[in-house]
Structures are given as C-alpha cells and as structure tokens.
Design a binder for this molecule. Sequence first.
Ligand SMILES: [Zn+2]
Length: 177
Amino acid sequence: MSRRVTPRTDTIQDIDTMIGETATTNLSPTFKARLLEYDDRWGYFEVTKNHSKRKGLNWGKYNDSAGQIMEIPTQMLRSLTWLTIHDKVSDWMDALGLSEWTITTEAIDEKSVVYEEGVPDSDQYFVGVQIDKDKMKACIYHDRPLTDEYIVHELLHVKHSEWSEDQVNAETEKLLR
Ligand SMILES: [Zn+2]
C-alpha cells in the first residue's frame, strides 16, 4: 500500500523519470536546475533558486538567473547529480534550523485518502506531516511528488507548531521568493 521513499538512488535508469527533477551541474555546486523536457540531443533545464544556508559557499550566486532555460546534452543527463527527496528535505532542514530533528518522508497511495463530496479534483491531494515533538521526529506523508513548496510548508509546521495555516503559507511564500 504505502512505500517508504528510499533516501538515495545511485543510478537512474530512465530519463523520463528525471523530468521535473532537479540536478546540480558540474558548472558549480551552487548551481541547480530542473529538467523540463528532452529530445534526442538536448535536455532543457530551468535554472532554479538555491536556498541553502549552509556555511562556506555563496549558494545564492545564480539566483538572479532563476527561470532561465539552459540545455545540457541528453547523453550527459545520467551523469548529473540528481537531488533526491532526501537531499531536498535535509537542505531545508538545515536552512530552517531543524538539523536536530529526524524527518522522514513517506509516499502514500492516492486512493488511500477519501475526500468529501464537492472537493474539486485540483484539491484532491494529500500532503501532511505527523510530528512527535518529544522525540523530535516527524514524517511527511504525500501522495504527489514533494516540491520545495510542500517541503518548506510542512517543515514550518514542525518548526512553529503554534502557527496558523495562513502564517505558514505566508512564510513559505517569503522563503521561496
Ligand atoms: Zn499546512
């Protein structure tokens, strides 16, 4: 039914599975880009912002280029470093000062959540977090791919459990700007 997300995949077999995923490129460790599509010759990437707050590098160096499209030869796609959910969650845990926590993610079957009648199709998805404050553990459950936006949103619930949904939404927007 539900399956645990493995923290790391070492080889990616099929390029189709990379569409929508983010890679770092060999240009610079601070550079991140998301694969939009590919053809026989080129993979087309959109440059994305790097929000890491880790010490040592100017992580936001390329953030002004966010949204720009760049091409990387299709034959090179498999050798790029693709960021896993685990990479993304731990980056945001660092950025939000949650490094002491143990935070896991779990993909759930979309059919396992029942929605009330009248809920529009576009709202029929589930992303939520279960928090154990005493043990400093949390698990993000999701039935669609976890984007930066979902990750930040759920981690803010962990960090500020007293915040309202509106506060979390506003801060998420601010952090992703
Ligand atoms: Zn929420």
